[in-house]
Design a protein around this ligand. Structure first.
Ligand SMILES: Nc1ncnc2c1ncn2[C@@H]1O[C@H](COP(=O)(O)OP(=O)(O)O)[C@@H](O)[C@H]1O
Ligand SMILES: [Mg+2]
Length: 363
């Protein structure tokens, strides 16, 4: 009998659209495979609605199209939803294997991972503490800079801004030489991320942006801008270790992978830079070192800048990389000879399950 897999997607964060794109890409690829050749069967699609925070189940059948899926997702009034806790409880009672496609807040930051760990769910949730670490750019950068020496990978000088320290930190920020990037500490998709050439001249705009960020995130970052090129490198993790995928160079006209670039495919070119390229070999070795030093399960993707002196700078680790058509991770997979369907098969058959340790020490 084929292994069965369910997916949970959508979610309450601003990144729910990316989550829907990831699901659509996987399901539409799955439905193009003839029945007899499908490597797994899809049991349920669980949509967590951004509108009412309820979960509704979509049944998968061979005639299901992307527009049917879109209609199910948007028409929340037509079907009764249940709370996430009820849905997870049902999933647990059926011992379903669930691929977690909830991107962003709650889905990727340790929120749903904690519920999954407490309920003992099977699937790709992983370790809640590792999810929170990776989602916290400041903490993750501190981890990377203590793990690896500066000559191997650098971390941009950064100031952590909270509502309480905004005024003091703005004074210090003015002493950061050169352009700075302002971004949220734990939102993704380049939301509220901007580049300022002159900190002193742009102070009112920076303060306004910081206020906007702090409405949604508990902290914001003021970070030294690293001129140069943008690279990303993904990996897959199973019980035998880490498989590092081909490195991608992300080319954009303004050499900044901001919100506009992420929302419009036309402004971005993804280029595989793998074979024998020194930068890509160094990036792969960094990814391998980081990924083997934290308890990652399943997959992850790491973003870097590379300056004109070939210095490599760590930006962030994406705990649940986007899997939408044309996204960075599927492009890396393709270059590795895999589709998103092969990835799901890999997760089902090879990746390990996170098991919460016993909390009670029996002396
Ligand atoms: N310190 C920096 N120097 C240069 N560019 C940056 C810096 N920080 C962020 N960026 C740009 O903003 C993009 C988004 O930042 P990133 O830290 O990867 O967060 P996220 O992708 O989660 O929004 C990066 O891909 C990069 O193009
Ligand atoms: Mg990024």
């Amino acid at each position: 009998m084929l292994p069965e897999v369910s997916f949970i997607f959508g979610g309450i964060s601003t990144e729910s659209d990316s989550s829907i794109s990831s699901l659509e890409h996987i399901i539409s690829s799955y439905l193009t495979i003839p029945d007899a050749e499908r490597p797994f069967s899809v049991k349920h699609l669980y949509h967590l609605s951004q509108e009412d925070c309820l979960v509704r189940t979509i049944q998968v059948h061979s005639a299901l199209t992307s527009s049917d899926m879109r209609a199910y997702i948007s028409d929340t009034g037509a079907r009764r939803g249940r709370t996430l806790i009820c849905a997870l409880d049902e999933i647990q009672s059926r011992k379903e294997y669930v691929v977690n496609l909830l991107h962003g807040q709650f889905g990727e930051d340790g929120g749903v991972q904690t519920l999954a760990a407490l309920l003992g769910l099977r699937g790709t949730f992983g370790d809640p503490y590792v999810a929170s670490l990776t989602m916290n750019k400041y903490a993750m950068s501190s981890f990377v800079s203590s793990l690896l020496p500066n000559e191997v990978v650098k971390v941009p000088r950064t100031r952590l801004i909270k509502s309480q320290n905004m005024i003091d930190e703005m004074q210090i920020a003015k002493s950061l030489q050169g352009p700075i990037v302002v971004k949220p500490n734990s939102l993704g998709s380049s939301l509220f991320t901007d580049l300022f050439q002159d900190t002193a001249l742009s102070e009112p705009d920076i303060v306004a942006l910081l206020h906007a960020i702090l409405e949604y995130d508990s902290s914001a970052l003021l970070q030294e801008f690293i001129p140069g090129s943008e690279y990303s490198c993904g990996c897959m993790i199973d019980s035998l270790g880490v498989t590092v995928l081909p490195v991608i160079k992300i080319e954009t006209e303004r050499r900044f992978f901001g919100r506009n670039e992420k929302c419009s495919g036309d402004l971005v070119r993804l280029k595989i830079v793998d074979c024998g390229d020194t930068i890509s070999n160094r990036i792969k070795s960094i990814v391998s070192r980081i990924a083997t030093s934290i308890d990652l399960y399943n997959i992850a993707r790491f973003d870097f800048r590379v300056d004109d002196s070939a210095g490599i700078w760590f930006l962030e680790c994406n705990y649940i990389p986007g899997l939408g058509r044309g996204n960075i991770f599927p492009t890396m997979l393709e270059s590795h000879g895999m589709t998103v369907i092969d990835l799901i098969s890999f997760l089902l058959s090879k990746s390990s399950q996170f098991k919460r340790k016993d909390h009670r020490i029996r002396y």
